[in-house]
Ligand binder design. Sequence first.
Ligand code: ADP
Ligand code: MG
Length: 598
Amino acid sequence: MLDVIKLLPDSVANQIAAGEVIQRPASAVKELMENALDAGATQIDLVVKDAGKALIMVIDNGCGMSETDARLCFERHATSKISKADDLFCIKTMGFRGEALASIAAIAQVELKTRRREDEVGTYIVNEGSIVKEQSLIPMAAGTSFTVKNLFFNVPARRNFLKSAQAEMRHIVEEFTRVTLMNPDIGFTLTSDGKEVYHLYPGTLKQRIMGLFGNSYEEKLLPVNQETDRVRISGFIVKAEYARKTRGEQYFFVNKRFIKHAYLHHAIENAFLEMIPKDSFPGYFLNIEVDPSDIDINIHPTKTEVNFLDVKLVYAILHAAVRKAIGQHNLSPMIDFEEPADLNRDFIEASKASRPIVVPNIPLDPNYNPFPQHRKPVSGDWRLLYGERTDIPTAVETNDVKPIELPVEQHTASQYLQVNQSFIVTTVKSGLLLVDQHLAHTRILFEKFLKELENSNGASQQELFPQAFSVNTNDASLLKELMPELHNLGFVLEQANPTTFMINGTPSDAAGHDAVELLERILDNYKINRTDLQLDRKLNLAKTMAAQIAVKPSTKLSEMEMQNLVDQLFACNVAEIAPNGKKIYVILSMEELLTKFN
Ligand code: ADP
Ligand code: MG
């Protein structure tokens, strides 16, 4: 019988390998631009025609190649960047596999012009389908230019598989964006079908973001900076109020390499929790710097995945960094650090050094109940409420309390209506205000509980007849874990035996609520979120308590109760969105009202 196994010719092997690395024009763009970066270029120009299908050209002013290297660079596994297996664990360059040029040359017509600064003349090479067609010496400026024509010319199936020019161009712009974002000190241009699409000058990251996404980003960005021994996080997040309905600008980089990382993305989403509506997405441009030996980037051919040795640590630091940025912007109701001690120190140091953190202007009285039983009615201005309350010293003294600019105009109404015993309706200058009473109260209590958890000043009400709370041994240990926080909220618990706790006091706000049910709910939620959301213990507690205690839909409210609720709501840090991400109120503007009568 004849032998049947043959070795594939190199050109075919390269073509097969190419399918892995070069899936579309944008993949070639990425590889060529990264090579230019690795070559130390300070100016990189990208030119494409017909969304890269007809032509991709990348011109750089980097180190260039010798005549021999120019020939060699098209060989598979030809790389100047690593030479032994150990090097794989300390990669500092973008490329390292030595596959890209071999792959591109296998499926396109490639022209290379390159000259090192020290050489008199440059080298010109034409490589088509892995075969060198032409080689000569040419005069040229130092640097390298690759011209890739007719991508997939010899793989018709691939070529037909490409999407519309518009779609392919979007991919190219995306790759261009990723590369340029992390190299703001380098100048870039992108020209498509003869039109200059981007002209990015060297500058700061902020300037680069503005160059790519528009000058409006000047307003939208919050700086993020966090450094520990092992990890450094820097970049910008987009302020919560500019969160977008589509997964917009979400850029993670590890050592300047773009990555996708669902787990770390969660750290950011989680840090934004309560800040942006459920159906919106936070924007970010963040670079995580770690020692190259702390990551493994060699797990995927297109290299947008990275394995961290200690991903939990990175998660915690990232989360803390974003919380800090939000906190300094004074959007966050609190800064819930539960991270390693030195992070806290960093934070305190940072806040001392920079502009002091403005204490959120929440005139919250820890003992204030928006549903007073015995208080005289007060008129429009909520501040009068606090002026009246001289009997109980408040955490925030009244002289701290400045009038708060309502996100809408000052509402001047004197009339409050309740619809369906669930929504409060009143007028504001610009039109009609509709408030969900349950969500509004949840937000008010949520912010209040967070403050209490921070300041350990939750008011407690002593139980005349202490209730027993029986749990299993597992829950008993959880409860003990939560004891300090529960105490801060106003719970007074005493362990009677291994599985029974006496409830000697409950938070004043929870008056009239079943303390046992409340604790059960808290334990349940804590268990659900314990594994992933450890960092948000306080957040979680405040959220659970608030949702449990807040006035329910279908509850009749007096006019004064409604007024208090609305006033309290607009004194909150975030009045628009409930802790569960839902909209708390809507305003029907006069225009909208008028159009309804057309
Ligand atoms: P890798 O980048 O993984 O090393 P490539 O196939 O992309 O593999 O490139 C092969 C080699 O060609 C590189 O290691 C580098 O030495 C050389 N090279 C590629 N592009 C350039 C460039 N723009 N300037 C200088 N040298 C380059
Ligand atoms: Mg490369």
